[in-house]
Design a protein around this ligand. Structure first.
Ligand code: SAH
Ligand code: AVI
Length: 319
């Protein structure tokens, strides 16, 4: 593999994790942004989640990509640079790139460099002639695209319903910024999880084998590892609830006892039953998601939904 393929451009601000944890734990309602769930171990655990029987989104979206690949390719045309937000393992990208055939470059953007490295080298083995420019960045901050793709038409790819991890205003802001980043003639293929019964949703976020719990609690292990902290992780628990009013899953880390923890020399108290909010995962209806995209300057040209009405994939154009 050539060195340019594996070179990861880093656009992360150092010290951000420490700042987010110290300020998040000092608030009256404790909270840490969900992007910090993804260190190398977090990405591995997320990959395990995607293979769980209870976690329907991944296999359903993969089914949609396989079924509608030719229509997506027709809309995208020839020569586009695929820019993926939150690329993770790039497993779905493999299917997309096979369908597109004429893509000119691939730019995976992810916060976790371990996932980026592994995914890029795996994809390079399967698509050796495709130029790859991995970028390690927080996609909710200002980022810039590699100069090498400046002249190419852009197809943004944002699968997985990662858009649902923003709050609704944040999702509109993100989609607007993504439009500015990709440019006036760009398109965006995006996955949005659908509203459904809580009997399907709760097990998807609190599986019987405890992988999702391990994914959530890895955040405390990460704080211990990186921020010289002393969380006794067994004294905390993963908690997933469905908030009907806003139509979203909410994930918390609940303290199982009254306790004290030190992070980078700073003391924090937890009451028994007190929560740290770590993630939201919004679920949408098709009209709701179309309206949200429209607010951000995108038009939903085409939407594909699986036969069980679990998941939607929208092909957005600059509206
Ligand atoms: N696209 C894959 C992975 C989704 S998991 C799929 O559909 O299965 C979410 C991915 O987004 C993870 O790889 C995580 O590391 C990345 N991520 C989460 N928040 C991020 C942020 N703020 N900036 C960049 N990447 C982020
Ligand atoms: C990445 N994101 C779309 C996942 C979701 O379904 O909200 C993250 C996740 N958290 C727990 N399980 C999956």
């Amino acid at each position: 593999m050539s060195s340019t393929v594996m070179e990861i451009e880093t656009q992360l601000v150092s010290g951000e994790f420490a700042e987010a944890v110290l300020s998040g734990l000092a608030q009256p309602v404790k909270s840490i942004p969900c992007r910090f769930l993804y260190d190398a171990r977090g990405s591995e655990l997320f990959e395990e989640i995607t293979r769980l029987e209870e976690y329907y989104p991944t296999r359903t979206e993969i089914g949609l990509l396989k079924e509608h690949g030719p229509e997506i390719a027709e809309r995208a045309g020839q020569g586009c640079a695929v820019v993926e937000f939150g690329s993770g393992s790039s497993r779905k990208t493999h299917i997309l790139l096979e369908a597109l055939t004429g893509a000119s470059a691939y730019v995976p953007i992810d916060i976790d460099d371990a996932a980026l490295k592994e995914a890029t080298s795996r994809l390079h083995a399967d698509f050796p002639r495709l130029a790859m420019h991995p970028v390690q960045a927080d996609f909710s901050q200002d980022i810039h695209l590699p100069d090498e793709i400046a002249g190419a038409p852009k197809l943004g790819f944002f699968p997985g319903s990662t858009i649902g991890n923003f709050d609704l205003d944040g999702a509109v802001d993100f989609l607007g910024d993504a439009g500015d980043l990709l440019g006036p003639d760009s398109d965006l293929l995006i996955g949005a999880d659908l509203q459904k019964d809580r009997d399907i949703l709760i097990p998807a976020y609190d599986d019987a084998s405890g992988v999702t719990a391990e994914f959530t609690l890895n955040l405390l292990h990460r704080i211990n590892r990186e921020l010289d902290a002393d969380f006794v992780v067994s004294r905390f628990a993963h908690k997933a609830i469905y908030n009907d009013d806003v139509g979203r899953i909410e994930i918390y880390i609940e303290s199982l006892a009254d306790q004290h923890v030190t992070v980078l020399g700073r003391p924090f108290s937890f009451a028994e039953g007190e929560d740290i909010h770590v993630e939201n995962s919004h679920k949408f209806t098709v009209p709701q998601f179309k309206a949200l995209a429209r607010e951000a300057g995108w038009a939903s040209e085409q939407v594909w939904v699986d036969k069980n009405d679990l998941f939607s994939m929208h092909y957005l154009t600059r509206g």
